[in-house]
Write a protein that binds this ligand. Structure first.
Ligand code: UDX
Length: 450
């Protein structure tokens, strides 16, 4: 009987357990199933997202290839050179007015060009037509800091060149021309590159004959022949110059003089190959509207029928060369075997008053010509003696001043018609640097001065 009862109890327990299992599975399985389905759908979504991402990156790659292809078509044509012929060329200040024209010629000639520029007066716009080209690199860098790269040639142009710009921050101008030049010469020493220094006619200062020479017998004899002109005129490379070391122009004039000295010290002591170009007044397209030098000032004033400002009486002279002639001269000098300084300029000489009249005439302007006070230490005579360049480089200017001016006037006409923010600077004196900023300079000598 007891046995029968316990069997019944066991059977009851088994049935109850079975019922529990059935009920549990009836209610619990759908929940698990839902969770599993949800997991599957998340995985699916993840796969879809990955797929879309792959498609997107394929599209991006395609787009960039298309862009590159269209860019390639837009580049100016370049000469094809093999690895032995193609030089790696560094141009400091290569985004500036002269530098960018040099970039164009060297790029078209099939070389690899790296431009280093701090954009103080240089502009990306001047070289943007090369950006993305496999032979071209634009690096924002200040030459006052060392720069390392492998190269065969260095054109060292970095420095503000317009008087209002180099006087804007004289200490920086000195550093650029001293420390900057030392850095480039150091780089040349390490890489074996040849360096061309863009020096200047300003190393001659105001080219008067010194008093000692005036007292000499030789001078007394030659005075009548020189029609009693106390100037060394035109200036040959052998003239040592007459620079005021403490004046407002000294940061540039003396900066370039010591830069030349450094070149020859590195050449003598370390065997660095150097070339020194003494560049006379140069003009052409890509001069900035706020450049502040005489050619751009006169043209802009004439085109806007504003007064043309002649500093002083206007009897001081300058000789102007067109930028393409300068670039040809720089390249000829770099490729020559000649390591002494060489003047590069056009001997076509004007007094500033005549030059103002000339610009007024060519532009057909109704501007009046006015006089402003003379600027301190302004060289009174300047004209290059280019016998050396003719002899050793077989170089001489090809573009007449008139032709060059016509091209430059067209360029400025176009610049002035472009949308501008010049209204913001309407109180400026027409000089900028950094561009767009108003500079108060003793050099400008405006009537606001006490
Ligand atoms: O609006 C102006 C600007 C300038 N000038 C005069 O024009 C002459 C030329 O002056 P710029 O400012 O063009 O240039 P500078 O000749 O004084 O210096 C230049 O020399 C050669 C290069 O190395 C440099 O580009 C620059 O330093 C100066 O006599 C100056 O007083 C004017 O009469 N009116």
């Amino acid at each position: 009987m007891a046995m029968y009862q316990s069997t019944n109890r066991l059977a009851g327990l088994a049935i109850a357990t079975l019922l529990l299992v059935v009920v549990y599975s009836a209610y619990s399985n759908p929940i698990d199933r839902d969770t599993a389905e949800q997991k599957d759908s998340v995985v699916d979504r993840e796969r879809q997202v990955e797929q879309r991402q792959r498609e997107l990156s394929d599209l991006r790659r395609e787009l960039s290839l298309l862009k590159n292809a269209s860019n390639t078509r837009a580049y100016p044509e370049v000469k094809i050179r093999n690895e032995f012929d193609r030089k790696r060329i560094l141009i400091t200040g290569g985004a500036g007015f002269v530098g960018s024209h040099l970039v164009d010629v060297l790029m078209r000639d099939g070389h690899e060009v790296t431009v280093v520029d701090n954009f103080f007066t240089g502009r990306r716009k001047n070289v943007e037509h090369w950006i993305g080209h496999p032979h071209f690199e634009l690096v924002m860098h200040d030459v006052v800091e060392p720069y390392m790269m492998e190269c065969d040639e260095i054109y060292h142009l970095a420095s503000p060149a317009s008087p209002p710009h180099y006087m804007y921050n004289p200490v920086k101008t000195i550093k650029t021309n001293t420390v900057g030049t030392m850095n480039m010469l150091g780089l040349a020493k390490r890489t074996g590159a040849r360096v061309l220094l863009a020096s200047t006619s300003e190393v001659y200062g105001n080219p008067t004959v010194c008093l000692k020479a005036m007292q000499s017998i030789a001078f007394a004899i030659t005075v009548p022949l020189r029609r009693r002109c106390p100037y060394v005129h035109p200036q040959p490379e052998t003239y040592f110059g007459n620079v005021n070391p403490d004046g407002p122009r000294a940061c540039y004039d003396e900066g370039k003089r010591i830069a030349e000295t450094m070149c020859y010290a590195y050449s003598k002591q370390s065997g660095v190959e150097v070339r020194v170009a003494r560049i006379f007044n140069t003009f052409g397209p890509r001069m900035h509207i706020g450049d502040g030098r005489v050619v751009s000032n006169f043209i802009i004033q004439a085109l806007q029928d504003q007064a043309i400002t002649v500093y002083g009486e206007g009897l001081q002279t300058r000789s102007f060369q067109y930028v393409s002639d300068l670039v040809a001269g720089l390249i000829a000098l770099m490729n020559s075997d000649f390591d002494e300084p060489v003047n590069l300029g056009n001997p076509d000489e004007y007094t500033m008053i005549d030059f103002a009249k000339h610009i007024k005439e060519i532009t057909g302007s109704s501007s009046e010509i006015i006089h402003k006070p003379a600027t301190q230490d302004d060289p009174q005579k300047r004209k290059p003696d280019i016998s050396r360049a003719r002899q050793v480089l077989k170089w001489e200017p090809k573009v007449s001043v008139l032709d060059g001016l016509k091209r430059t006037i067209e360029y400025f006409r176009h610049e002035l018609s472009a949308p501008t923010t010049r209204d913001e600077n309407k109180h400026s004196h027409g000089v900028g640097g950094p561009y767009g900023n108003t500079i108060e300079l003793p050099y400008i000598n405006d009537e606001k001065k006490p």
